[in-house]
Design a protein around this ligand. Structure first.
Ligand SMILES: Nc1ncnc2c1ncn2[C@@H]1O[C@H](COP(=O)(O)OP(=O)(O)OP(=O)(O)O)[C@@H](O)[C@H]1O
Ligand SMILES: [Mg+2]
Length: 217
């Protein structure tokens, strides 16, 4: 069991005269499915990056089981992130010089379960014909599926998903949402950022972001 606490977290990017994220509070526990909706530019990705250990806040704290993650050493924070947070970037990120399978194997080596079945994940994500290809040879939807498979190869405790259904057809979008939903049963937590109200359901803890302010829906 774990708890990630976001405490009065604010972000003002240098050069901007406004706060992209304004004093946000949130708690994420194992088994939670949290959704965040909001207009473009409202601060969703900035908040997700800060809770993931990828973007230091201007003020406020992010606590992992009570310990402030941005007070960890760079090394400790990297290890914390690789074991605990699977970040599905809004723009697909893969190592371009490695095949899909190699990306997944590399990812697994930084994760929680060195025996995790990569071939089963390749099948789950329909990537059998793409596994030996470089990311540049894949379609947009295949690349996104490969990125998600790669992140899940680490078996992270929290999945932070920034618009994970972008580039996907409706069949794959539904499948990916079902895969993310299933993580709850394994006591993981999911934080979903989406524009698409199709993926908002009553069993989620729902938030809305507006001009940097986060409110429970
Ligand atoms: N690296 C950056 N440097 C300066 N300003 C930034 C940076 N990243 C984001 N911003 C600004 O911060 C605000 C919030 O951006 P953010 O990307 O968090 O919004 P978002 O809700 O994720 O939008 P979208 O739905 O379009 O992805 C915007 O005004 C944006 O221009
Ligand atoms: Mg965004």
């Amino acid at each position: 069991m774990f708890e990630l606490t976001i405490e009065k977290v604010t972000k003002q990017y240098s050069g901007n005269d406004y706060q992209a994220v304004k004093s946000c509070d949130m708690k994420i526990k194992s088994g939670d499915f949290i959704s965040i909706q909001g207009e473009s530019g409202s601060g969703k990705s900035s908040l997700l990056l800060m809770m993931s250990g990828l973007l230091p806040p201007t003020s406020g704290r992010v606590l992992w089981n009570g310990e402030s993650i941005y007070d960890m050493s760079d090394n400790a924070l990297s290890i914390w992130r690789s074991k605990n947070v699977g970040y599905l970037f809004q723009n697909v990120q893969l190592v371009q010089a490695l095949t899909v399978r190699e990306n997944m194997l590399l990812s697994r080596s930084f994760g929680n379960d060195p025996t995790l079945d990569i071939e089963a994940l390749i099948t789950l994500f329909g990537l059998e014909d793409e596994a030996n290809k470089l990311p540049s040879l894949l379609s947009g939807g295949q690349r996104r599926r490969a990125m998600i498979a790669c992140v899940l190869s680490r078996d992270p405790l929290i999945v932070c998903a920034d618009e994970p259904t972008n580039d996907l057809d409706s069949v794959w979008a539904s499948k990916i949402m079902a895969i993310l939903n299933d993580l709850k049963k394994k006591d993981k937590a999911i934080v979903l950022v989406t524009h698409d109200s199709r993926w908002i359901t009553d069993d989620q803890i729902q938030y809305v972001m507006e001009n940097g302010e986060l409110n429970q829906a």
